[in-house]
Design a protein around this ligand. Sequence first.
Ligand SMILES: CC/C=C/CC(=O)SCCNC(=O)CCNC(=O)[C@H](O)C(C)(C)COP(=O)(O)OP(=O)(O)OC[C@H]1O[C@@H](n2cnc3c(N)ncnc32)[C@H](O)[C@@H]1OP(=O)(O)O
Length: 719
Amino acid sequence: MAQLSYVSGSVGLITLQNPPVNVLSAATRQGIMESMKKALNDPKVKSVVICGQNGVFCAGADIKEFGPNISGPSIVPLIYDIEVANKPVVAAIEGSALGGGLELALTCHYRIAHSKTRLGLPEVTLGLLPGAGGTQLLPRLIGIPASLELITTGRHITAAEALQLGLVDHVTQSDTVDSAVKFALSVEGEPLDSRRISKRPCPHLPDLDAVFEAVMQKVRQKFYGAIAPIACVQAVRAAATLPFSEGMKREQQLMSTLFTSGQARALQYSFFAQRAVGRWSMPSGASWNTSKARPVHRAAVLGLGTMGRGITVALAQAGVSVVAVEIQEKQLNEAREHVYATLERGAQQSGVSPSCANITYSHDIQAVADVDLVIEAVLEDLSLKEKVFQQLSAICKPGTLLCSNTSSLDLNCLASQTKNPELVVGMHFFAPAHVMKLLEVVYGSKSSPEAVATAMQLGKKMGKISVAVGNCRGFVGNRMLKPYIEQSYFLLEEGATPELVDKALEEFGFPMGVFRMSDLSGLDVGWRVRKEDGLAEPVGTSGQITRLRGGRRYSPLGDILCEHGRFGQKTGLGWYQYGRPGGRVAKSDPWVFNLLEEYRARLGLTARPIDQQEVLERCLYSLINEGLCILEEGFASSPEDIDVIYVFGYGWPKHRGGPMFYASMVGLATVLERLDHYYRSNPDVPSLKPCKLLRQLVASGSPPVHKWKEITKKIQNRL
Ligand SMILES: CC/C=C/CC(=O)SCCNC(=O)CCNC(=O)[C@H](O)C(C)(C)COP(=O)(O)OP(=O)(O)OC[C@H]1O[C@@H](n2cnc3c(N)ncnc32)[C@H](O)[C@@H]1OP(=O)(O)O
């Protein structure tokens, strides 16, 4: 797991050997410790270089080992041994130096990095802090403000930025180990005291209290409810105010609290869930390891509204050549300017040149004739999309993949319009499409595994976290949103206000409550769907309101707002008021309070006090129940799929893992008991009826999320 070899006569080369990313597992730690000891005791060795096998220095501690029974030598004494060594130790950093990997490098006396290396202390994203001295060493090396920023965000930086910050001593374009070995030879015998970071004082900051207060406030706001970023600030403060040994004690204290926290468990679960969704499977048994993706060199985007523009940007940034098609000349010109400006902005931020050359524009659909893949992003109207798919099927070269960005329409209907339905899949992006990480890849009943594999791979290339899901109404994310929104309307009928519901959800950790979010995305979108479904009907002059539609409880409150032209932010009025069309700042609106009072009076409803707990239970547990139905029906293949969709597409707080993980933390028996309770008092709300899978999971002793698959399979086999 770590190998000592001898090079250039006097250099001991320690190579970490734990593929794929050389994490510091127990065996690797043991290997480093033994190799170090051997090298330091060997009189022939005058300097040491530490590197990682296969072009990766080290991705930090082995997250899989985290838990109550960690074995093997602890990292902290190991890195102390390196720092106190009386021979120069040089880190040869390439690939990644992250977390414990960067801390290992920080205890070396010199750091040489390859220009393509990424460095960082991402522990905060795992609910932890850099607990192997990172919070005490980094501020002594690069100062407090820069350390606070890196440690509280977990951001990975380039070698160039690391050099600028003074985090590495030298950046090389050539062979990193060779450069490090040459460097080690050049410093053999030189004094090392000034190279031991722990011996340095923390750079003085005149307005220390003000800096920490400001950062603490920012962190509390930005990572609402998350405990790790706060502990990170506290640990860096210890570096600024205490001697090194005392600071280390404080770091350990804070780390031990975080280590056993539910938030750390949730975030570490999420780390592996993000990777697990790449190992997709379909009910047919086809999966990621049996299906080959096709190369996509040239793609087309059809329809350049908000979504189409975002998708064009994302494709161009991924280096895919794009044909962007919009029939309307004015819209096409606007889109061209918008895409250009977005790419320019992105390039300025990331420091790379913009990818505008990758895009050609056309108002003629024939321009898609020779592309490998088309993403249709026209208006969300079934008959329009059907027509487009007929045209695409006739125009495109044989084998072109036809993808739809629909968020809710039946993919099978679109596929049935084409000559090759096996080439049709959904690619459901989230707005803004070049920013949001989530992509739902939707397979219909005839989609081929090859088509799914291609869309999944293209998503990855675009930097998305792609999740393969089945073709049910609303797919996974929007289908689960329906009962959540429905409950929020019912709560208003029963006495809540938009403010109360939003506050409960925002304190839970959503960036926006359900009403603020609806105002942002536009109330007319759901209204149109409800009208198509025959649900939304005008209240009319008779004033008759029916609250039972299709045998189920229905709240027309959202429809009433739309009838008044209140579509949310874009009209300046929705559940809140925004001052002007396009305004962003939500203010309470007395008009809405009056509407609710009149509405309740007309229906003879008596408002009752509703607390935040009820809001959370009804909104979240009904959403969780829908997620479990989706699993039961096989439209998602694992709870991880659902959790990733919610964290990366719907603002579910990261430190709560996702709805399925959260349910298991709350206790499945509790979720079941509360749903039973609410369903008893609302038998006309089917989404509150606990699904079979939930009952089965509870009956099986509420196993952890990673074991749900066995029970889901059993239910599916019985169905
Ligand atoms: C007391 C000391 C405390 C120290 C705290 C820590 O060090 S916590 C760990 C901090 N490190 C990280 O957070 C890094 C996490 N890893 C990554 O960001 C990325 O994996 C990478 C290193 C940038 C490489 O990315 P790439 O896309 O190339 O590969 P994958 O992400 O798919 O990873 C390959 C497989 O390796 C597994 N893995 C990666 N890092 C770790 C880790 N730290 N511990 C355990 N396992 C890790 C990853 O899960 C992949 O496994 P698969 O089985 O193939 O899915």
